[in-house]
Unconditional design. Structure first.
Length: 219
């Protein structure tokens, strides 16, 4: 049986080895997500906050987006001390922003007035330098609060978050400059409570998704 099989298979194998095969893979463009987007109406926005989304230089520029939004700042405008709560991961390798924000809430007794979030770099697995960068963002956020004349606090009032690539240090000088640009006297000031400000902050938050997410709940 084996000799007979080989005698029949040999011509086929010879033709297969002598013929050149090519394949063409067609890469389809990513479908548009525009149909999922609904404009934000002013009546759905929470009151008492100032927001912005700006370019700090964390994300790499692209032809379609030379200055991508990668830093968001949210500030409570309440004249009273503002309460805050957070749910932190129990992962054994907690990133500096997690450790720093948790410490801020512990020392303030659950008080925070501002949140600074960058996308493009997670500031994770970055060691002592990553901790220094996270605290630098906290202090820069607190300086923004002081420039707005909010009641002074004995503790830090800014929480920080980072999302993106791990194992890479933040371009901290760019980030600190971007945060400082939101001090009340800065010519680059853009904090606002308008729908466009909320949209900009939402876009600055997301890292690789196609559309920003801004859910609204009517109470």
């Amino acid at each position: 049986m084996l000799p007979r099989f080989l005698s029949r298979a040999t011509p086929f194998l010879a033709r297969l080895s002598s013929s050149s095969t090519t394949s063409t893979i067609t890469i389809k463009p990513t479908p548009s997500k525009d149909h999922l987007y609904a404009p934000i109406h002013d009546s759905t926005l929470p009151k008492g906050y100032l927001l912005t989304g700006i370019h700090a230089g964390v994300k790499k520029p692209k032809p379609a987006s030379p200055t991508p939004l990668d830093l968001a700042l949210v500030v409570s405008t309440s004249p009273h001390p503002t309460s805050a709560a957070a749910c932190f991961t129990l992962n054994a390798f907690r990133a500096p922003p997690v450790l720093v924000s948790r410490e801020v809430l512990q020392k303030s007794g659950g008080r925070a007035r501002a949140i600074v979030v960058n996308s493009g770099c997670a500031n994770a697995v970055t060691g002592k330098k990553g901790m220094q960068h996270a605290w630098g963002m906290v202090k820069a956020g607190d300086a923004v609060l002081a420039s707005h004349g909010f009641p002074p606090s004995q503790t830090n009032e800014t929480l920080v978050m980072s999302t993106g690539v791990i194992g890479v240090h933040l371009p901290i000088s760019n980030i600190l400059s971007a945060i400082s640009s939101q001090q009340s006297s800065s010519p680059s000031y853009s904090l606002s409570s308008t729908p466009s400000a909320y949209e900009a902050a939402a876009r600055a938050l997301h890292d690789h998704r196609y559309i920003s997410k801004t859910p609204c709940v009517h109470l």
